[in-house]
Design a protein around this ligand. Structure first.
Ligand SMILES: Cc1ncc(COP(=O)(O)O)c(C=O)c1O
Length: 389
């Protein structure tokens, strides 16, 4: 027997390979505009990334350069020590104004925001009601909190109501859901969830990671679009999708933000974002407000792709009830998903295969992620290649 205490890993990895579930680390060159990526020398049209508005290349402002010169790169400490600069404070102000809330707090990532926030709001005396397809960071936050977690069937408000009616004894209850689901591209029935949350006296937390900057008149997200922002106690977001950057945030009331700053461990015990990054994030928050044409273009691209896929029978009507920029093409097995993704890649199109545990067993898919920067010709190219595969 080997002396290596990690000898079991080879067997585990071989097991993943046998099930077509092993992930290989890759690297990319970013050469061209329009979000194309290069693998080696081969350019690929990128339908894999979450830079929905094409902001990732727009954030190199002179303000960022000045901030970099003034503060250097690393922030050097957690926010409660010396990591939170005037730029972070200004960013949090901007965010609160943009999201029309009293206060805001920035986290190192959206993942950290979800994990830290949930664990700060509830503990083993409490109950969480969580959608079955919530993002992994919500799932992990629920686990970490120690609360009793009741999972309701995806987007099933009747099941949510049933669980609310039969929940075990508790101190507080938290309902938590993605607003736009990151893999399926479908939306939570927020008005109905908001109503249930009110009648059952729950805290409602929504994750607008994929909706911020994309939906609503001001780009605030789906709660804005569905006119139910007042019912939402806690909103999580990230700078890493439509805002084209990195970092997470929570917006809400002043007591909420004060509490998180005092008890969200992923906030307290992790180094703050660099000030220059906070500066870039400020530009992103400004751009999504001043350049609404980006989200209009994105949603027009989404409509075009969705209509074409529906006419080919690759999306059914129910999947097209709501037009979002995330378009799933469900194929079932991981093997099929990998094969289709490979066929698209050889035609110059990058569309990732999504497999368990990211999606449920039997739900492997290709996830098409659109950008405002895609041209209609590029989208048509994707549809044409899908049609023959
Ligand atoms: C719904 C959702 N929430 C949170 C996150 C985490 O955000 P971040 O990438 O900033 O950690 C993601 C990103 O993958 C996500 O899809």
């Amino acid at each position: 027997m080997s002396n290596d205490p990690l000898h079991w890993l080879e067997d585990e990895l071989a097991g993943l390979s046998a099930q077509h579930l092993r992930r290989e680390l890759q690297f990319w060159n970013r050469e061209r505009v329009n979000g194309s990526l290069c693998s080696g020398d081969v350019p690929l049209i990128n339908f894999a990334c979450n830079d929905y508005l094409g902001l990732a290349r727009e954030l190199n402002s002179s303000t960022l350069q000045t901030t970099l010169a003034e503060f250097g790169w690393g922030s050097g400490a957690s926010p409660l020590v010396t990591g939170r600069t005037t730029v972070h404070a200004a960013l949090e102000n901007d965010l609160a104004t943009f999201k029309a809330t009293a206060s805001a707090l920035t986290f190192p990532t959206g993942y950290a925001a979800n994990v830290g926030t949930i664990a700060a709001l509830v503990d083993k005396q409490d109950v969480i009601l969580s959608d079955a397809r919530n993002h992994a960071s919500i799932v992990d936050g629920c686990r970490l909190s120690g609360a009793t977690v009741l999972i309701y069937r995806h987007n099933d408000v009747d099941h949510l109501a049933e669980l609310l009616g039969t929940a075990p004894p508790h101190r507080r209850r938290l309902i938590v859901t993605d607003s736009l689901f990151s893999m399926d591209g479908d939306v939570a029935p927020l008005p109905k969830i908001a109503e249930l949350s009110r009648t059952h006296d729950c805290m409602l937390m929504i994750d607008e990671a994929h909706a911020t900057g994309v939906f609503g008149e001001h780009g605030r997200g789906l709660a804005e679009l569905f006119n139910c922002e007042d019912a939402v106690a806690v909103t999580v977001g990230t700078f890493s999708k439509a805002l084209g950057s990195i970092g997470g945030f929570v917006v809400g009331s002043k007591p909420l933000i004060d509490w998180l700053a005092n008890s969200a461990r992923s906030y307290m015990f992790s180094t703050a974002l660099p000030a220059a990054c906070a500066s870039a994030n400020r530009s992103a928050v400004q751009l999504i407000q001043t350049e609404p044409h980006r989200r209009e273009q994105l949603l027009s691209n989404a409509q075009h792709l969705r209509q074409r896929l529906q006419s080919m029978g690759m999306l059914d009507e129910s999947q097209n009830e709501f037009c979002s920029q995330i378009v799933p093409i469900v194929v079932g097995s991981p093997e099929k998903a990998i094969a289709l993704s490979a066929a698209l890649k050889s035609a110059g199109l990058l569309v990732p295969a999504i497999r368990p545990p990211t999606v449920t067993v039997g739900g492997s898919m290709l996830r098409v992620s659109l950008s405002a920067m895609h041209t209609q010709t590029e989208i048509d190219q994707l549809v044409d290649v899908l049609a023959i595969n």
